[in-house]
Design a protein around this ligand. Structure first.
Ligand code: IVH
Length: 661
């Protein structure tokens, strides 16, 4: 075998093992950077040897070109639904029916979590993933193979003796991915998804596989079939086999010998469901023995050998008594519904977010209306829909002045949110201080909401810089603050001066500049002063900084009040410098590239990955410091600028030559 083939094989094997460890078992053994380096090496080899590319390669999870629609595919056997048991009584009825059908034979049950996503069938032939189909109407689904490839926990290749088999399971989105997705959508002025299931369904059925990939879907397997029927004699064993084959099988499952064990499992997960990183809506109970399953058979809609025990919906109806607005750190006004208190799965809910004016319009909600609300995870409850219009309903109007400081309110054309423009607004200030002190930013322990409220209300803190002047004496005078906590807090504030520059940048609260951007800015420019002095074009030299972010940074530093804050923080001894770690190894170390236009074979990401793998840097804009511009078809102003400045221009072949030199 050619040595490249051997290296490619080994890389694929290594990557697959680490994907399984990371995405299926949740036990990574290497860092993300190490994984990325291996992946880039494999991508580079495959690009050089396109003949050696195979569809099961770990590089093929990125998603291909968008399509116009989906091909319909008939299922090997119907993907039916399950009957529901909504309470103990209905569960008991199911258990009695099964006992009668078993006619005296002992029955074992498998209890599994009922993940709230959408079901999908994945087909394998000769150890390779070949096709994925959505449930559709149960008889016919849609071919979503390319999209499913982007699901990292779905193996593209399995070892095992099965020549052809099918795995059915649930495609889901974790709460964390869901919240991140919605936060991003809201920041971009797009409508938020109502729940992770809708976001997962949209992702799996997206025409552009890159959309699927970005949603970070997960797949939990629960049925192993061949020719549409179970392969093994025991469902429990088939779950174990799926896990051995490398599929993610939900670890929270139990083989129950009697009804008491089953009930214990149901009660345990009703109590613990909030601990899970994804949403469940109940527990699925299945008869373990496949011969018994076959004897019991199916009704037109569902199997007689299984039931979905549904937990009480975490929704409830109540009335909107008022709508008030809250002011956030960026001055964004969030309308919040004040509700007649109502119990939702054990928690009393009296407030729900309405996000923004567009959301209020979409819901058509007014003060006095009856609404359905929903609690999910730890997030603040939200209004699902209006159930009854109130007799004396009154529409909500966004105030013209900030309810906290009386400042001017503006709503930009392109944005969903209205904002208070007064940077000294106490509500904004409180949020800024909390943000400044938070874990990912300056990590000042002991500076929680109760303390910050008092500090701002008593005028002890008018800007985050004032934190560094606080004395233990002042703090000890606050409510619920002892001498010891006061001393600790002063010490923690003091310690935070040593935080590296990216944290300081994060602490300034510049819009669109989160942890990662702060890190990249610090790395690119090496000091806060260089960032402050940079024009928008120069700022774009930092990775991932585009026109929107650079404009926001510029706007921040153009505001005299912000400059004053920066100078005060400098005076308090915070770190304003950041040693730049230049890669000094690699063929392209120290060289800066700018990519423009469409290259004939490489995507922009691929070209970037290769340049970086060789130690080079990719920047967003051309300047005197650019070493090369790589131009493809339809290159625009960057190419013209490179020509003006006399920067060497390469085509893809030129870049490849440089990389392989
Ligand atoms: S078994 C005939 N197991 O619930 C067997 N379904 O209400 C059918 N679901 O369409 C499915 N977790 O989307 C099964 N552990 C689990 C499940 C599960 C979630 C979903 C699935 C199905 C729906 C039925």
């Amino acid at each position: 075998m050619a040595p490249v083939q051997t290296e490619i094989d080994e890389l694929r094997q290594t990557l697959r093992r680490h994907e399984h460890l990371y995405y299926v078992l949740d036990q990574p053994q290497i860092t993300d950077a190490e994984y990325d380096a291996l992946m880039r090496r494999l991508q580079a080899l495959e690009a050089e040897h396109p003949d050696l590319l195979t569809p099961d390669s770990p590089t093929q999870r990125v998603g291909g070109a968008p399509r116009d629609g989906f091909v319909k595919v008939a299922h090997s056997s119907p993907m039916l639904s399950l009957d529901n048991a909504l309470n103990e009584g209905e569960l008991n009825e199911f258990l009695s029916r099964v006992a009668a059908l078993a006619a005296g034979d002992p029955v074992q049950y498998v209890a599994e979590l009922k993940l709230d996503g959408l079901s999908m069938a994945a087909h394998y032939r000769d150890g390779l993933f070949v096709q994925a189909v959505t449930r559709g109407d149960g008889q016919v689904g849609e071919d979503v193979t390319t999209n499913a490839r982007t699901i990292r926990s779905l193996p593209l290749r399995v070892a095992g003796e099965w020549d052809a088999f099918e795995v059915r399971g649930e495609a889901i989105m974790t709460r964390r991915s869901f919240e991140k997705l919605n936060a991003g959508r809201m920041a971009a002025g797009l409508a938020a998804f109502a729940n992770p299931r809708n976001a997962a369904a949209g992702g799996l059925r997206a025409l552009d596989p890159k959309v699927t990939a970005a949603r970070g879907l997960d797949f939990h397997a629960y049925l192993l079939l061949r020719d549409g029927v179970p392969v093994m004699q025991s469902h429990w064993e088939s779950l174990n086999e799926l896990s051995r084959l490398g599929f993610k099988v939900n670890p929270h499952r139990r083989l129950c010998g009697n009804a008491a064990e089953l009930r214990e499992f149901l009660a345990e997960w009703e109590r613990r469901r909030e601990e899970l990183p994804y949403e469940i809506d109940g527990v699925v109970v299945k008869v373990d023995s496949i011969p018994q399953q076959n004897r019991f058979g199916w009704t037109a809609k569902a199997p007689r050998w299984a039931i979905a025990f549904k937990y009480a919906a975490r929704q409830a109806e109540t009335v909107v008594e008022a709508i008030e607005v809250q002011v956030g750190r960026t001055g964004a006004l969030t309308p919040v519904a004040h509700l007649r208190p109502v119990a939702v799965s054990g928690v009393t809910v009296s407030r729900a977010t309405l996000h923004n004016e567009d959301e209020i319009r979409r819901l058509g909600v007014e003060i006095g209306d009856g609404v359905l609300i929903e609690r999910s995870g730890d997030v603040i409850p939200k209004v699902v829909r209006v159930t009854a219009q109130g007799a004396d309903r009154r529409p909500f109007r966004m105030p013209a002045e900030c309810p906290v400081c009386g400042g001017h309110i503006v709503r930009e054309e392109s944005e969903a949110a209205s904002r208070c423009v007064n940077t000294n607004c106490p509500a904004r200030l409180k949020e800024s201080v909390l943000h400044f002190a938070s874990r990912p930013v300056m990590a000042i322990d002991g500076l929680g909401e109760a303390v910050v409220d008092q500090l701002v209300d008593r005028g002890l803190v008018r800007s985050v810089a004032d934190l560094y002047d606080l004395t233990a004496g002042q703090l000890a005078g606050l409510e619920r603050m002892g001498q010891k906590s006061a001393d600790n807090l002063v010490r923690n504030i003091d310690k935070s001066r040593a935080n590296p520059l990216p944290r300081v940048i994060g602490g300034l609260g510049i819009r669109f500049v989160g942890e990662r951007t702060a890190q990249l800015l610090a790395q690119t420019f090496g000091s806060l002063d260089r960032i402050r002095e940079a024009d928008p074009e120069t700022l774009c030299q930092a990775e991932e900084v585009g026109p929107k972010v650079s404009a926001s940074i510029r706007e921040f530093f153009d505001e005299p009040r912000n400059l004053e804050l920066v100078e005060r923080l400098r005076g308090k001894g915070l770190r304003f410098d950041h040693p730049i770690k230049e890669r000094t190894t690699g063929r392209l170390a120290g060289k800066t590239f700018v990519l423009t236009g469409t290259l004939p074979t490489l995507t922009r990401e691929e070209a970037k990955a290769r340049i970086e793998a060789a130690g080079g840097k990719v920047s967003g804009s051309v300047s005197g410091k650019t070493h090369y511009v790589v131009a493809g078809e339809e290159a625009g102003s960057k190419l013209a600028k490179a020509q003006d400045l006399g920067v060497p221009i390469l085509d893809e072949a030129g870049l490849t030559a440089l990389l392989n030199d």
